[in-house]
Write a protein that binds this ligand. Sequence first.
Ligand code: HEC
Length: 477
Amino acid sequence: MRNTALKFIPIVAVMISSQLFMTSALTAQNASVATSQDSMLVEAAKNYKSVCASCHQEDLGWYKTRKWKYGKGLGDIATSITTGYPDMGMLSFRNAFTKKQIQGLATYVHNSLDREKEEKGIDLMDKNRLPTEKVFLRLDTIATGLDSPWGMAFLPNGDMLVSDKQGKMLRFHKKKLLGEISGLPEMVVAGQGGLLDIRLHPDYKKNGWLYFTYSSSSVSKEEGWNTTLMRAKIKGNKLVEKQVLFKALPDTKIGHHLGGRIAFDGKGHVFVSAGERGFGDNAQDLTNDCGKIHRLNDDGTLPADNPFIDQAGAKKTIWTYGHRNPQGLIYNAETGVLWESEHGPKGGDELNIIERGKNYGWPLVCFGINYDGTILTRDTIRAGMEQPITYWIPSIAPCGLAFVKGTKYKGWEGNILVGSLRFKYLVRCELDGNKVTHKEVLLPNIGRLRDIEMGPDGFVYISVESPGMIFKLVPVE
Ligand code: HEC
């Protein structure tokens, strides 16, 4: 159990397990107060565990999802404990505990509510030397005030392009916002849709092609929208020579599961991920584009060696199928392997290796349970369907993928980084070939982690949303 009592310990920054990062700066003056508070909370934690946890969950999760009825102030909570709600199933604890113990329990519950705010601590983290298993990190804030920075791409001169889901493409020079790129295509900014990923062609220096995904309508917004892949060039601060290369059809008005990540294999192909748009059956049906990874020549034409090119009725761009919502896609040029991460249902998020023509099983095979708690499928293995390299239960909601290149981060070489929207952290996975041998949670509570990129300077850049920010991870001695 996370121990909230620790927040009263007078230290500047503590790393509590690798899970929880908290900061607190108390002066020596109130340290004695802290000690009595501290012991009160230690006792409360024990009482909570033995008496309340059976109904309200040991991790206090019950309170977080609760629509509070009787008030969540410290006094209200103490009253609830004192009076109980016998008709509703909670007895009065008036005689079971002293007033002081009830006060302690109320404080214990109350602290858990505030914790998210306290844990944020980004400003403090910025200045700190964050301990991790292998290196110490400093967070260098590159950009703030963004909405949802979905993708980042570095131009040859070091400028950074950022795609903000709200439909803006921004250009930064170091930490300075130079302005907005104009001439973006018409897009539908709704639900999880808007401007999504952004990537440069591997030969960008020579050909100037910039690729990006966004949601757009084939007919009208009233009829729905799809995940679209476009390429264009930048002239001044304007997009020119725009070409729509691909649309993951059919359009639908369902606002989620758009996929939208782009990857290049450096052999003339571009991959784009498309989510199943909330219809699991799409993913197994080769006659539509949803729930698939697609492969095109980088000019948008069809590669002759795509797996379903000769199958009647099948969409010819399909490379793999049986995907739910793939929001991470990265090609490892050193090993020639394409990696993907996708959102499973509640539980069962996956990290996959993507291989030609294969079926990744959704919705027939997965490790998840549905959001209503029913078991989605008891089959986690089926003949002819791929197993994930690793999976996460509970769901971390993975987004963004990057391989650590270079030698800046000692002990991270060749690791794969996975972002978590839900738990607001970064996961570092150590690999042995194609096996994940170890996972470490980094930067707990940094924010809903959207994208991860290796910069041309050899540093890892991450973007988080609400509020939208970009950080550079700088190893320090
Ligand atoms: C046997 C189950 C049970 C136990 C044990 C129990 N509670 Fe409850 N508690 C409930 C139920 C059920 C409710 C909701 C009552 C309602 O909805 O009217 C509740 C409500 C509450 C509320 C009010 C929530 C709101 O919406 O305002 C608080 C605070 C609370 N409990 C704290 C505690 C604490 C602290 C303990 C341990 C000392 C505890 N409870 C022990 C079942 C329990």
